[in-house]
Design a protein around this ligand. Structure first.
Ligand code: FES
Ligand SMILES: [Fe+2]
Length: 370
């Protein structure tokens, strides 16, 4: 790691001070983030309910192409989209129904369990060739409530542990009737951490979202923060106005029945949940040092959660307000005129994830040094 990046990560580590601008502007950092943050955590992929047996979803995670497949035994599995013969991609992006994978390069054939089951002109392969040495490389793949996550790392804790108190608090928001209501993405001209910081920021709601989010979040003195190792939470009670206008799930009780939950999940994920069965995922993928893609998925229960069009309009309005701010912040970082500022109490969730980023990247720099 370059010395100036390392110095920026080490600066103000014990203070409530934000990251230096170069951590949002230096293009040498992104490959390190992919390797040492995104490949060492859990990454959200999507809903397993959208995959029938034989369906393959080809998508990107941590800068690599991966396959998510529901195999014949009904289990959802993940593999690198890389042929073990000579590294060709096996499948093009998107969802497709397959019985087996046939590599487009030399037509080696793999079953949905990732095992090699056929090679053309096998007689030409050397004697040392064995089918079992050439399976597709698996990735860890676990689910919470049918939502799929993958990890490139064997060292990250099991998903349910990683997710902190989410399984306990939101374990009953999803029902058999839950459906995908909204799916869309936004291209944003800012570094992924800039947009992530903003989504962890509970200080800007009144100024930036006076008509959209602020009326749903309610007054600041009722905000509660909770932290586990990788996950943080802004809990607010739903407002009287929200309760008047919305149904809630009958089986929810206590704090969960009246709660508006906004989780930040390291490194690039957010989950918002309301007691009307709404579950919204926001995942921020880096594209370049100053571009990211924000992927939005909102789930709901027909007849209970607000209508899809209404939800989409609400998320759209809020996200556009956030895009205007974060693109402005990126220009501020790029100007060179910013020195790290001080964090308000309502920006504690940002500091939590900045500490994790520092920990993951500095561990690397120690490794590289030794
Ligand atoms: S690279 Fe896939 S069969 Fe050769
Ligand atoms: Fe915002």
């Amino acid at each position: 790691m370059k010395e100036n990046l390392k110095a920026a990560l080490l600066a103000n580590a014990q203070e409530p001070i934000f990251f230096d601008r170069i951590l949002y502007c230096d293009r040498d950092l992104l490959p390190l983030e992919q390797e040492y943050i995104f490949r060492r955590t859990w990454l959200y992929i999507g809903d397993s309910a959208s995959l029938s047996t034989g369906d393959v979803l080809v998508t990107e995670a941590a800068g690599s192409s991966i396959l998510i497949v529901r195999s014949q035994d009904g289990k959802v599995k993940a593999f690198h989209n890389v042929c073990p013969h000579r590294a060709s991609l096996l499948c093009a992006n998107g969802i497709q129904q397959v019985k087996q994978f046939v590599c487009p390069y030399h037509a080696w054939v793999f079953n949905l369990e990732g095992q090699l089951i056929g090679t053309p002109h096998q007689e030409g392969l050397p004697n040392i060739f064995r089918f079992e040495d050439y399976s597709l490389k698996p990735l860890r793949c676990e689910q919470w409530q049918g939502f799929i996550f993958v990890s490139f790392s064997d060292n990250v804790p099991p998903l349910l542990e990683y997710l902190g108190d989410i399984p306990a608090s939101l374990g009953r928001h999803r029902t058999d009737a839950t459906k995908l209501f909204v799916k869309k993405h936004y291209r944003v001209a800012c570094n992924w951490k800039n947009f992530h910081d903003n989504t962890l920021c509970d200080y800007h709601l009144r100024a930036v979202h006076p008509k959209t989010l602020h009326p749903i979040q309610g007054p600041v003195h009722l905000y509660e923060h909770h932290f586990s190792e990788y996950v943080n939470l802004l809990y607010t009670p739903t407002t009287p106005q929200w309760r008047e206008e919305n149904q809630v799930l009958e089986h929810l009780t206590g704090r969960i029945r009246i709660g508006n939950f906004t989780y930040g999940i390291f490194p690039n994920l957010h989950l918002v949940a309301l007691p009307n069965g709404m579950l919204g995922w926001l995942r921020i993928d880096p594209i370049t040092v100053d571009t990211c893609q924000v992927n939005l998925e909102v789930y709901g229960i027909p007849g209970i959660t607000e209508e899809p069009a209404e939800l989409e309009a609400g998320f759209d309005a809020t996200t556009c307000e956030d895009i205007a701010i974060t693109e402005g912040v990126q220009r501020g970082y790029a100007s060179g005129a910013y020195t790290p500022g001080i964090a308000h109490r309502l920006e504690s969730r940002i500091l939590h994830h900045q500490r994790l980023i520092r920990r993951f990247l500095l561990r690397v720099s120690d490794l590289l040094k030794n």
